[in-house]
Structure formats: C-alpha cells, structure tokens
Design a protein. Structure first.
Length: 432
C-alpha cells in the first residue's frame, strides 16, 4: 500500500479542528497540516445555521490544507449530540466451509445489524465485540478457526439522520465528500484508551463544550455509547451566575484561569482587630467564613476584583457532579455502570481544570485519569491536549479501523464503499 492522504474534521460546539495527515503501511499516521477555529453555526453537536457552519468548516479545512500544501477530496467527520444512542445485538449463522472466513463474519454481522432502527435514525457504527465459534466464546478474531456455527456479538450505534445529513450538506458545499461519520466518543477510543483498560473495563467521559460523550467498555468490548446535552459551556454559565458577572466571556476567563486562581496567595485581612485576634479566633473565623479570597484584578474581569477559591471550586464541582450523574443514569438505563475496574478516562477541555479528576474520583468512587491522545507523528504540538483526543482519533480511525466491520451513514448502505472488500482487507491486515 502506498502513501495515502487523510482528511479529518472534528466539529465541536466551541471549535472546529481540521487535520491533514499521510499514512503508509506499517507506520503511524503523520500530521502534515492542522488548523482550529471557533465554531459558529453549531450548538450541542447540531447544525443550527448552515451558512455559519460552512464558513467555520471552510476556515479550518483551508488552514490545514495550506499548511500541508495539499488539497483533499474527502474527510472523516465527528458526530455528537444528545440523540446518539446504542444497542447490543447478537446473531448466529452456519459456517459455510470448515473454517471461519471473512465472508462468514460479514454475513453474521449483517444479520446482527437487522435490528429495529428508531424512526429518523441511521446506523452509524456496527462494532464487533466478540465471536463464538460453536461452544467457544470470547473470541476477538475468528478467521481460520474450525467450526460449524458462528455467533457474533455486536455493538450498534445510532444517530439521527438529520445530524449527518446537515453535516454532509455543509461539507459538500465546499466540494468535499464525506468518507465516513464517526461518533466522537468512538474516535476518542482510538487515541486514548488502552487495550488493558478495555479488558478490565473502563468508562470514557469526554466533556466537550456543549455535550458530554460517554463510552463504556467491559471485558474488552464496548457495551454502551451515548451523549448528554451538558458540557463545559454550562460550567461557564454557572460561573457567570454565581459570581454575578456581566458576560460569559468574563466567566470563561475565570474558568480558563482556574488553576492560576487556585495557586494565588490569599488576600490578607487588614483589619486591626483581626490582627490582634488569637490563633483560636482566627481558626474559628476561617472555618465560619472560609475567607480564601484572592486578588484577580489582573484578569481584567469587569466588576470582579476578588474571588473565593472555595466558591469557584464549589460551582465547578456541582456541575461536574451533575454531568457524571446524568451519565450514570443514562448508562444505568442500559443495564451497565459507569464505575468500572479501570476507572474513568477524562477528556475535553474541562478535563484540564485542576481538581476535576479528583472530583470525578470522589463522586464515582473509582480511579480517574486525564487522557492524553497519542498514536500520531508530525505536527501534533497544536493537538496534544485532552480536548484534541477526537481529532487524533479520527485520523487513526481513517488510517484503519479493525474493530468495526460494517457501518453506514446518512447516504444509506454502501456509504463507506464495498463492505465485503472492506472486511476482507481488514482481516487480511490482521492476519497476513
């Protein structure tokens, strides 16, 4: 296989990031162009103004193309939003010959995907979780195994057709075709989650600006995919209300400078009576008033000269806990739990805020870590943080996605090309 040029666009509620990369067999994809611009016309994963969305996508894409000095004809695009839903389904077939072939896996997967699709939805992903050949279960890659009966256990992700159609329309206005749509949470998996975490069981929580994507793994396979309509932007709104700020821009300054605020020295009390108070009285005063205000005049926030560290932390903690509770409820309705043996992997800009991982650990009662994307080479300096896990995952997905054996998008069957050829090439790469 020669060198290929890949295009990927992560369309978020706060920013749109485009990447151009190259890939060669046996090598990690190499980023040769990247650009990120503020998102307009997008809210909570949905297109709300096509013209504004097209302009934002065009800016990001042209920026990445200029840096790479290439023009791309197709892209992989992220999809998110509260309406993303999922279901697990099994199907069994008789093995055609004495051993399992890629065609057998394809036929079984096609049977598994024949589930009732909610009205107005399309199947976004069909992900092979595990296989059973005759009585032997827990098989990840069954090609070449002898048997007479093959059963597949698949995870199916659904997305409203309106989401993918509107995103496709935005990209097609730029003369670009959509190679595939990818649930943002599933893209995150490619760049962050380890095989050990998958096997032990892990929950990925990507707190974006407008939505929070959740993926749960159990015994090596994904069992839940979903998204809730609350994210980091809600923390900004809470800070604006709690601190009586005049604009969301000022509240965003507080959020983005939370680490600095927590590190600032407490403003000393200048009252002479306080100076003369005993140590016991000081401790009592501290307990009662929690006087931990710091000077924030240098942040140039209108009407805010001092702020309480504990109060700001309390506001952020309350919203983070609400997001976690909503995620726990959604996952619980599917019969699973966000608390898994390998803990929580946190992504998104909110994950970078100090103490957030600790807040998650305390609320869920399991370990929590901030995920840092990896797997790409080249110009990755601008996309190294947890808020860029999706775009890195999209590139890795486009370079090769062995776990997903069939999918379709808003254009219907065949949206990703000839599925049979795709399955054969996937398993050929895994079993040379």
């Amino acid at each position: 296989m020669g060198k290929r040029v890949l295009g990927a666009i992560d369309i978020g509620s706060s920013k749109i990031t485009a990447v151009v990369a190259t890939t060669e067999e046996g090598m990690d994809p190499k980023v040769i162009g990247v650009a990120s611009v503020p998102a307009k016309g997008i809210k909570k994963g949905l297109v709300i103004n096509i013209d504004e969305a097209v302009n934002s996508i065009a800016q990001a894409l042209s920026g990445a193309e200029r840096m790479a000095d290439v023009t791309i004809g197709s892209v992989v695009i992220s999809v998110s939003g509260k309406a993303i839903t999922s279901k697990n389904n099994k199907a069994a077939i008789a093995i055609t010959h004495e051993e399992v072939t890629p065609d057998d896996v394809l036929r079984a997967t096609e049977v598994a995907r024949t589930v009732p699709v909610p009205q107005g939805y399309d199947i976004l992903h069909v992900i092979l979780r595990e296989c059973t050949v005759d009585a032997q279960g827990g098989i990840k890659y069954p090609i070449g195994m002898s048997g007479s009966r093959l059963e597949v256990d698949c995870h199916i992700v659904f997305a409203p057709s309106s989401i993918t159609k509107n995103l496709a329309k935005c990209v097609q206005k730029l003369g670009i075709s959509v190679e595939s749509f990818v649930f943002a949470g599933w893209a995150d998996v490619y760049s962050v989650v380890t095989d050990t975490e998958k096997e032990l069981g892990v929950t990925l929580v990507d707190i974006g600006s407008g939505t929070t994507d959740v993926i749960v793994f159990q015994e090596g396979g994904v069992v839940y995919s979903g998204s809730i309509p609350v994210g980091g932007a809600n923390i900004t709104i809470d800070l604006a209300a709690g601190l009586s700020l005049s604009s969301l821009e000022d509240a965003e300054k507080v959020k983005m400078n939370f680490k600095e605020i927590m590190d600032l020295p407490v403003v000393e009390e200048k009252d002479s009576k306080t100076k003369k108070s005993t140590k016991e009285e000081k401790e009592k005063s501290k307990d009662e008033s929690k006087n931990d205000e710091v000077d924030v005049k240098h942040l140039n926030i209108s009407g805010l000269e001092k702020v309480s560290k504990s109060f700001v932390e309390k506001i952020i903690r309350a919203r983070v806990e609400e997001i976690l509770e909503l995620a726990r409820q959604d996952v619980g309705r599917s019969g699973y739990d966000v608390k898994m043996p390998a803990g929580i992997v946190l992504l998104g800009g909110t994950a970078k805020l100090p103490k957030v991982a600790t807040m998650v650990k305390e609320y869920i009662g399991s370990t929590a870590r901030v995920g840092m994307p990896h797997g790409l080479e080249g110009m990755t300096e601008e996309i190294t943080g947890p808020e860029y896990a999706t775009i890195q995952g999209l590139v890795l997905y486009a370079a090769g996605n062995p776990e997903e054996v069939a999918a379709s998008g808003s254009e219907g069957e065949g949206f990703l090309g000839n599925i049979s050829t795709r399955v054969k090439s996937i398993f050929k790469s895994l079993f040379p």
